[in-house]
Design a binder for this molecule. Structure first.
Ligand SMILES: Nc1ncnc2c1ncn2[C@@H]1O[C@H](COP(=O)(O)OP(=O)(O)O)[C@@H](O)[C@H]1O
Ligand SMILES: [Mg+2]
Length: 250
């Protein structure tokens, strides 16, 4: 039985985007239910980052529709600020505020955007820093932390806004190998707790362990949309087979 009453958390319908002559998102249709963990795979340049960036409107689209819980993405103003707190994004490059302490990095959004009381924001921030395992670093500045610690702070900062959705764009690609798992462990626990997540990653272990669904992109289009087991054991397209042989073949 199909359930037409449940509004998807993220809904993309006939989404098209160009950069000049380059057709970077080709007729994207993607419905993501609440609590689903979607891993987006695909070769470099296939449009994975652009897809993520359109979902929180860091990039506008040419045509089509994107909705979060049924609401069209706002173009600007206060509604856009609210969208950005509902749809958190974690980038490869952490993007922490260099001149603010770790604690301030996590409290500033709730205080400025959500109008939280500083004492409440601080209490919540300390809980989140505890959860990602960096409480002892709270009074330091980002540059004093390892990459893995900074990325965990970036996740805590996103969580502090109480997001409905978290987007991750290659969150471990800039990390030294020994720090990858401490970030992936936090992401796995969020996935298990039911956070709706879209994760661009090359970490196939994470994809197998945490993903409910794999989206494989090539040349701006969704080429496969399936469960991890099917994708990794029986990819249907030549593009996906080729991708997997390159990424798993060493
Ligand atoms: N701001 C931009 N202006 C022009 N072209 C861009 C821009 N951002 C990305 N592109 C191009 O769009 C394509 C898709 O990029 P991207 O979404 O970053 O792919 P991926 O994340 O899968 O590597 C690439 O060919 C890239 O060079
Ligand atoms: Mg990218």
């Amino acid at each position: 039985m199909t359930d037409t009453n449940v509004t998807p958390m993220i809904s993309m319908t006939n989404v098209q985007k160009h950069y000049g002559d380059l057709h970077v998102l080709k007729d994207i249709d993607l419905q993501i239910p609440r609590g689903q963990v979607v891993v987006v795979l695909g070769p470099s340049g296939s449009g994975k980052s652009t897809l993520c960036r359109t979902i929180n409107r860091l990039e506008p689209i040419d045509s089509g529709e994107i909705r979060i819980e049924g609401e069209l993405l706002p173009a600007e103003g206060r509604d856009l600020a609210r969208l950005r707190s509902d749809v958190g994004m974690v980038f490869q490059s952490f993007n922490l505020f260099a001149h603010k302490t770790i604690l301030q990095n996590v409290t500033i959004g709730p205080i400025k955007v959500r109008k939280a009381k500083p004492a409440d924001a601080e209490r919540r921030a300390l809980e989140l820093l505890e959860r990602v395992g960096v409480t002892t670093q709270k009074d330091k500045y980002p540059a004093q932390l390892s990459g893995g610690q900074q990325q965990r702070v970036a996740i805590a900062r996103s969580l502090a806004m109480g997001p409905k959705v978290l987007l991750f764009d290659e969150p471990t690609s800039a990390l030294d190998p020994e720090m990858v798992s401490e970030v992936l462990d936090v992401m796995v626990s969020l996935a298990r707790e039911g956070m709706t997540m879209v994760v661009v990653t090359h970490e196939m272990g994470f994809a197998r362990k945490a993903a409910d669904r794999i989206i494989f992109m090539a040349d701006g289009a969704i080429v496969e949309d399936t469960d991890p087991e099917s994708f990794f054991t029986a990819p249907k397209s030549d593009r996906a087979r080729d991708f997997l042989s390159k990424i798993l073949g060493h």
